[in-house]
Design a protein around this ligand. Sequence first.
Ligand SMILES: [Fe+2]
Length: 383
Amino acid sequence: MSPTTATTFPQPPAPPDLAVDGTALSLTSVMPDLAVDRPAPSPVSAGPDLAVHRPAGRPPIVQAPYFPALDPAVEWLRDHRAALRAELLRSGSVMVRGLPVADAADFARARDVLIERPAGYKEKATPRTDFGEGVFSSTDLPAAQPIRLHNENSYTLEFPGTLLFGCLVAPEEGGATTVGDMREALRRIPESLRARFAEHGWLLVRNYSDLAGLPWQTSFATEDPETVEAYCRENVIGHEWLADGELRTRQRRSAVVTHPVTGEHVWFNHFTFWNRWTLDADVRDVLLDTYGDDGLPFDTFVGDGSPISEAEAAELDRVYTEVTARESWQRGDLLLVDNILSAHGRESYRGDRKILVAMGDPVPLAACRPLTPPAAPAAAPKE
Ligand SMILES: [Fe+2]
């Protein structure tokens, strides 16, 4: 194991120029130089007729014109697709407000304009309702449970490059789908932690169960243990069957990756979301009492198997809080998210809430120049 000195990243490729408002905008200006302070961008036009508002603390927002029906709204989306995608590469997310998107079929039509290719949902980690045609509920986790920022499927060897969320029913209170710029998160993480993660990556340990988390039959979409084993072998996941027939898996992944188009380094993982220290203390105590120290449905470690302290987890959590942008949902809103530049999460909420999600533009991890190669550790992390 080489000694940890400082975070050194390989040089990213030259970034492409991004045409915004007819002017070439060099992404060099937003390359991660590890400087924390950046001037807040002012509203700019991302193309003809498309004003992008960038209020502080909120995702960029585009107000669509009024359309009495979906057909002209879809045409409008098609006309502005390139500008919206350009904004997405620049800001990591963009909300489109005011379209007559009223059901899953409407949402699928918008998705077909904005996202080129569908991406599957593998190694499921959250309960979702399937509305067909690649449209799901964003999550069926209880309303009281906030979800910390994470990059979708950051633990799989291929993940969606783009996510599209849509609001059919806005909650009475809370319930925003939060987003956070993971370029900025990487800059803000304390150097000592960043260096550990840059060298070792992060380790995910999952225990599958009917009682906590998801059963392996749901996560791997099969009833056949041999199919799970073959999947694990092909996808660099360590697995063991436990005495009760349940499954435990371990997978090491890079904590920092490079965006395949912009060449920017980003913090890309589920580390904080699934770390034991970010559970409510009461919940953590009950889970540890019930399932034991290595039996949590999800737990995360530094990639060498070492834990982080409660104080370090709080530092990572603070960074997520600092970079979180949120906008309350309104019926018909669409939120386009670059799953590599941005993490997403969910606030707790009250009232009915129906948020759809579709995933697409799959990206292989190998295209993101992981700093740490994937690995399948066989042994439990040591205390
Ligand atoms: Fe998610």
